[in-house]
Design a protein around this ligand. Structure first.
Ligand SMILES: [Zn+2]
Ligand SMILES: [Zn+2]
Length: 67
């Protein structure tokens, strides 16, 4: 019985670790693809929506960015 309990605890721990990793990833701000592309060229994205978001020092959510 002890081994079964240990396995259950281990499984729970792994599930929690995965859940936390997921949450941490989702919280991180993500740049929109168009802005990443422009940045690679050494330019700034010229989308109006992205510029508006940048004014508030945010990532453009319309283009797939996350804040
Ligand atoms: Zn953009
Ligand atoms: Zn945009």
């Amino acid at each position: 019985m002890k081994i079964v309990r240990l396995c259950a605890i281990l499984a729970l721990g792994v599930a929690f670790a995965l859940a936390f990793a997921d949450a941490a990833e989702n919280k991180e701000p993500k740049e929109a693809k168009c802005c990443v592309k422009a940045e690679k060229k050494g330019e700034k994205c010229d989308h109006v929506c992205c510029l508006e978001a940048a004014k508030e020092s945010k990532k453009c959510e319309k283009c797939g960015g996350k804040n």
